[in-house]
Design a protein. Sequence first.
Length: 246
Amino acid sequence: MPRHFSRHEQFLRIFSLLEILCTTRQPLDDQTLIGKLKERLGLTRLSTRTLHRDCDFLLTCGYRVDHSQLPGDRRYGWQVVRDPAGKPLPPEPLTLLELVAFSVAQDLLRSLGGTVLWTGIESLRHKIERDVSPELRKRLDEARRVFRVEGVDESRYASRPRLLSTLSAAIVDCREIDVEERGDSGALVRHRLQPHQLVICLPAIHLVGFAPDAASDAAPLLLDLERIERATPLDTTFSPRPLSQS
């Protein structure tokens, strides 16, 4: 037998399990559920342990699989919990992998705290958490302990909360800006720039731009946003230049 056939059988079993749990009107105990799966797929055997593992897998994929005690019985039954609108599950539920990845990404970007981007990150986080079941949240807390992010300065750009917004608007509108940068000596250096891109090179963010009178083959200027004290959009617009991705 080709080695991938067993994976196909596993997929069919889990998909059939999901269909049964979504369409049942009442929770099904282990033996009833095993019987339905064996009958549908022609299985000769299916252990309770495998059933529980499959149900746990559906839970980590974002499906609201409930395992609760049956009325007047010591047995427990499985069922997919329906939302208030009567739908058994979202069309594309959040998975444990997606939640862990977002959580790690959020920690990596904590240096953006206080900026407009962090507002977007926090807003997205609240929307995600609104749809996460308590069971999946518990599993997220357990899985999240695997990763630890260090070396992030959470107050790096908080003192200038609108700087990213100002620069991004100037880049999109192709509008020149007047920039005041703090030099190595502490004195302010003034630049007139055609801003092209914001480059995130953690933990820093750099502004890439050109002087208006720079030659066509001139290298771009690279300014650390942490050193920018002020950025003022001007009325002059420009045509963007090609940027090297190296």
